[in-house]
Design a protein around this ligand. Sequence first.
Ligand code: SF4
Ligand code: SF4
Length: 188
Amino acid sequence: MTDRPSIEQTQGAIDSLAERLCRTCGLCCNGVLFHLVRLQTGDLLSEFAGLGLKIRRKKGSDQFSQPCPALENCQCTIYSQRPTRCRRFECQQLQRAVQGKITEAEALLQIQGVQQRVRQIETLMETLGKSDPKRPLMKRYEKVMAESVALIGEERIPRIELEREMEELQWILDREFRVINQEGPGEV
Ligand code: SF4
Ligand code: SF4
């Protein structure tokens, strides 16, 4: 009979799985899944400002925009001090992998598929005009779409493609990543 893993061993395995997946992903921090992070009671504002997060007060809540300035090469540089919502959020892919409903390789494939779609969207946006990579993907998309509304003929083709790609991306993100009825680190 094999020994059952201890709670610590099980938690350790979950943590390593999360670390491996999140280190190749970053979608919940880089402005693709969300556009801002709202701070919660107990989050220390002064501490976050010192860590490089630009906190602003808007509509009664303290928040900072994504892409998060603390994200570097898919890693949170303030991981041990990250805000409450960042600690709580686990996307659907991570949840399913942790629960053994999908394999790590399947989750990775989904992440890579989304990253590829994002690159395609960015290329199309560049074709249509300037787009600031420091802004969330959806905000960049809305700006490019608004500025290219008057294009006609062949010049309009990338705009049509961009609209279709973005619709497909949002559909995948809703179905495979975002979590309904659970607070994400940010808001769509
Ligand atoms: S979207 Fe999921 S896998 Fe990607 S970094 Fe966030 S929690 Fe990790
Ligand atoms: S602070 Fe939050 S949003 Fe920023 S990189 Fe860390 S986990 Fe992501």
